[in-house]
Design a protein around this ligand. Structure first.
Ligand SMILES: NC(=O)c1ccc[n+]([C@@H]2O[C@H](COP(=O)([O-])OP(=O)(O)OC[C@H]3O[C@@H](n4cnc5c(N)ncnc54)[C@H](OP(=O)(O)O)[C@@H]3O)[C@@H](O)[C@H]2O)c1
Length: 157
């Protein structure tokens, strides 16, 4: 199963070069939700997102997509996105795609589910989430957290 997990403001903004770890906001509750959801699963991110994060996340299979030959302890360097998508597409194991925008764009067609933390407000930044095609995904549920709303989109059968 492939799940995209993302936090965005009401304008689909997800990233800011000058923000805290590349994020336009600092939302502790959302980071806890992200941790709880992805713990003990595989996570995949682009090299720009990893550079902003600085280090691999504990107790997860950390995969970083790049065209470069790099060696980072605790990280599996991925050159072939298609192979990872094929591995998880029809698997009971879940791959959480953690961004950034370029990786979300390339994996949205294969996603079974999209978890959106909707951060209230308008923030400054330059990176946006691609539009969710509502002919392909339906908003299955919304869950209120104290500081954001979790929207769960599932692929229409
Ligand atoms: N709000 C959120 O939930 C959230 C989540 C994640 C990220 N973000 C933000 O999003 C921004 C980054 O997004 P981004 O789109 O600029 O960058 P990104 O997707 O994180 O990384 C892009 C890089 O990934 C590598 N890459 C992408 N597709 C590839 C492929 N098919 N094969 C090989 N390598 C591939 C390339 O690295 P090389 O150049 O090394 O080859 C590319 O330059 C940051 O501001 C980050 O903080 C926000």
């Amino acid at each position: 199963m492939i799940v995209l997990i993302v936090a965005m403001d009401r304008n689909n903004l997800i990233g800011s070069q000058t923000g805290h770890f590349g994020m336009p906001w600092h939302n502790k509750e959302d980071l806890q939700h992200f941790r709880k959801t992805t713990l003990n699963h595989a996570i995949l991110m682009g090299s720009t997102t990893f550079a902003a994060m600085k280090r691999p996340l504990k107790d997860r299979r950390n995969m970083v997509l790049t065209s470069k030959e790099i060696d980072i302890p605790g990280v599996e360097v991925i050159h072939d996105l298609g192979a990872i998508v094929d591995q998880y597409r029809n698997s009971i194991d879940t791959l959480y795609v953690c961004g950034g925008a370029s990786v979300y764009c390339q994996t949205m067609d294969f996603a079974d589910k999209i978890l959106v933390s909707r951060i209230p407000g308008d923030y400054q930044g330059e990176t946006h989430f691609p539009e969710i095609d509502l002919e392909k995904f339906v908003l299955e549920s919304t869950t209120d957290f104290e500081t954001f709303k979790l929207e769960t989109y599932v692929r229409l059968k």
